[in-house]
Design a protein around this ligand. Structure first.
Ligand code: FES
Ligand SMILES: [Fe+2]
Length: 423
């Protein structure tokens, strides 16, 4: 099957329930269409409140391939501004994070305040009296909403609310925040980025794919006493499940396999556990604390670019049809600094470039991309578990951990957005 720029792209043909077409990963026209319909029309995760705590603090991120400044203004409100000088288009802010009173364009020195309003232009006499500075501010991203500190933006002035986009999956964000005795997380460790030659959709698919754990991550299972040991082995003995949360949001729910508190943490010393439990119990009481500490954080993907990777947060940043950047940072829990020190070490050992999990996943993603360029074998198979998945009492589709229930959930939502334009 060949698609061209002139043909309307038939997503209902390319995405079927049991298989998807390889061009979805390799066709640059489809990539451009995805930027438009998914990244520029829908909600995307851009950053966290805790990254810009003080007025003047900023970070720069991408919405799709567009550079955006997320900045806290003097009135403490957060704005997302397109990082593009109103004069002739230069990127105004080159830094990934920092603190500023104004943003000054390096080309001809136009300067903007923290709300993006044009403050001054050098040699103003050249513009005459009719020049209206108000018409030359940095363009504001039209919609910005946050949920428990997670900031999402949309480049479209209209569309569904963030609450409708997240739906029931907001509970997954709750579950992360609820592990802090103060009910808040902090992303303050900085981010590590993996740039790799694969389509951006490989990682969302991989993030809640339970089938690959025992193969791609065999090395971590051999090297350390990881909690993931519980999730591989004889098929019938694997108790964890996959969940479709709707709107492309998906989860590997490890909880059914847990047998004791803190299993998600991979073991914790008695002293550290005691101080953490004491802080949690002061906030939530003994019973609620027991529940939270047993269940731990979610392992879930929020469509289209946020991975709640247990005690890490990851962002997928598309670059081109066959290139992507994955960002990650550890989740710190407000109110338990000693616990956070351990979380940082754990993140380095599990996710960083000299570690196991993410390097292994991006290596496989890169090899997928090479494989999918080959011609004459057009389809990727996604039928695993169709014979045994079911809808539970919460109306969620549930599958065995090694099945492809979550992959089908991702693609079903993708097809709906790409075919019908519903974000
Ligand atoms: S392009 Fe920014 S001041 Fe000229
Ligand atoms: Fe993986």
């Amino acid at each position: 099957m060949q698609q061209t720029a002139i043909d309307p792209i038939r997503y209902d043909t390319l995405v079927q329930n049991e298989r998807v077409h390889r061009s979805l990963y390799t066709d640059p026209h489809i990539f451009t269409d995805e930027l438009e319909k998914i990244f520029y029309h829908g909600w995307v995760f851009i950053g966290h409140d805790s990254e810009i705590p003080q007025p003047g603090d900023f970070i720069t991120r991408q919405i799709g391939t567009q550079s955006v400044i997320l900045v806290r203004g003097t009135d403490h409100t957060v704005s997302a501004l397109l990082n593009r000088c109103a004069h002739r288009g230069t990127t105004v802010c080159p830094a990934e994070r920092g603190h500023a009173r104004t943003f000054t364009c390096p080309y001809h020195g136009w300067s903007y305040d923290l709300s993006g309003a044009l403050q001054g232009v050098p040699y103003p006499a050249g513009y005459g009296e009719s020049f209206d500075k108000k018409a030359y501010g940095l363009t504001r991203v039209p919609r910005l909403e946050s949920y428990r500190g997670f900031v999402f933006v949309s480049l479209s002035p209209s569309g569904i609310s963030l609450a409708d986009h997240l739906g029931a999956a907001a509970q997954l964000i709750d579950r992360t925040c609820n592990l802090s005795p103060e009910g808040e997380i902090e992303l303050s460790a900085g981010w590590i980025k993996h740039r790799y030659p694969s389509n951006w959709k490989m990682l969302p698919e991989n993030d809640t794919d339970g089938y690959h754990l025992g193969f791609v991550h065999r090395s971590i299972l051999k090297a350390v006493g990881s909690q993931y040991r519980r999730f591989v082995g004889e098929e019938k003995s694997i108790k964890s499940v996959l969940r479709d949360w709707g709107k492309g949001h998906t989860e590997i729910d490890f909880v059914p396999a847990y047998q004791q508190p803190f299993e998600w943490f991979g073991g914790v010393s008695e002293g550290l556990a005691a101080s953490y439990l004491a802080a949690m119990e002061r906030s939530y009481g003994k019973e609620e604390t027991q529940c939270r500490v047993f269940d731990g954080p979610p392992h879930a993907f929020i469509f289209p670019n946020l991975f709640l990777a247990e005690m890490n947060i990851a962002i997928m940043q598309p670059v081109s049809v066959d290139e992507c950047v994955q960002w990650h940072t550890p989740v710190f829990l407000r109110g338990v600094p000693e616990f956070n020190k351990r979380l940082l070490r754990q993140s380095e050992a599990a996710m960083g470039p000299g570690s196991f999990l993410l390097p292994e996943d991006v290596t496989i993603a890169s090899r997928n991309q090479v494989g999918l360029v080959t011609r004459n074998t057009e389809w990727l198979e996604l039928s695993r578990g169709l014979n045994r998945e079911y809808v539970d009492s919460h109306q969620q589709r549930v599958g065995h951990m090694t099945d492809e229930t979550t992959n089908r959930a991702f693609w079903s939502h993708y097809r709906s957005v790409m075919q019908n334009g519903q974000a």
